[in-house]
Design a protein around this ligand. Structure first.
Ligand code: COA
Length: 229
């Protein structure tokens, strides 16, 4: 199996079977965007045009495999995809690859996927990690710390993407806290900022390292737990 196939298989294994997922190189030859989607690429650089084409193609293919007609995936002002009625989905790209995931909304109400190919530098880490997250990782040598910080970054982005279509609320990196569950590679992200309208909102997911990639996925129903206000 090549490294992309390993990544795809790993992500599929960590999502529940109700989630369909596919990964593809940004260099792959894919059909062009549908005419209704073409305006999104008009002023984009070639790489972004390819991101859009591969992401839309993957998502459309996954939906088609679940019986959804081949149709445009339009975009809202806030950049979210207008998923077909009854479906949720998520797209992520790096400089080389794209991953898309879809599910039925009655089975998986919230779905987010994220993939990172480059590590979060020491200068950026304080903007991504809450103080308690920094403290947990502070004993690690710099390269390991950078990798783990990248995991926190990825998980927070995947959580954000999973919750946003339901809440339509912006969250910053300091608003949410990542914790590891007892099961390996299982994590929870929770909104912990006092005063946030989403305080206590949380979702479980996974965080994995595959080859040089760090990837995460969040799925299920967002729950709100009691936390100190
Ligand atoms: C959306 C976001 C999380 C990731 O976008 P990115 O850096 O371009 O990274 P990715 O390639 O992984 O994801 C892009 C895809 O996310 C999707 N997306 C964009 N905005 C979204 C949102 N608000 N909610 C859910 N999905 C969103 C789109 O499908 C987009 O791909 P497309 O434009 O080709 O359709 C980021 O840009 C953002 O808006 N961040 C602000 C808030 C945040 O990061 N908080 C973190 C702590 S909770």
């Amino acid at each position: 199996m090549d490294r992309l196939a390993v990544l795809e298989a790993t992500l599929r294994a960590h999502f529940p079977e109700e989630v369909s997922l596919a990964a593809l190189s940004l260099d792959a030859a894919v059909p062009p965007l549908l005419p209704e989607e073409a305006p999104y690429a008009e002023r984009a650089v070639p790489r972004r045009q390819q991101e859009l084409a591969v992401g839309r193609y993957l998502a459309r293919r996954l939906l088609f495999e679940r019986g959804v007609p081949w149709a445009p995936l339009l975009r809202r002002e806030d950049r979210t995809v207008v998923w077909p009625e009854g479906f949720v989905g998520s797209i992520s790209h790096t400089k080389d690859i794209c991953v898309a995931a879809v599910a039925r909304a009655d089975e998986v109400p919230c779905l987010g996927v994220d993939i990172e190919a480059s590590t979060v530098s020491a200068a950026i880490q304080p903007k991504i990690l809450r103080p308690e997250e920094q403290a947990e990782l502070s004993h690690l040598p710099a390269p390991e710390l950078a990798r783990r910080a990248t995991g926190v970054f990825s998980a927070k982005e995947a959580f954000y993407k999973a919750q946003y279509p339901t809440t339509e609320t912006f969250l910053g990196f300091m608003d949410v806290r990542l914790t590891h569950e007892a099961q390996p590679q299982r994590v929870t992200v929770r909104v912990v900022r006092p005063g946030s309208p989403l305080l206590g909102l949380q979702l479980s997911g996974f965080l994995v390292e595959v080859d040089a990639w760090v990837a995460s996925g969040f799925f299920g129903a967002c729950q709100t737990v009691d936390v100190d206000r």
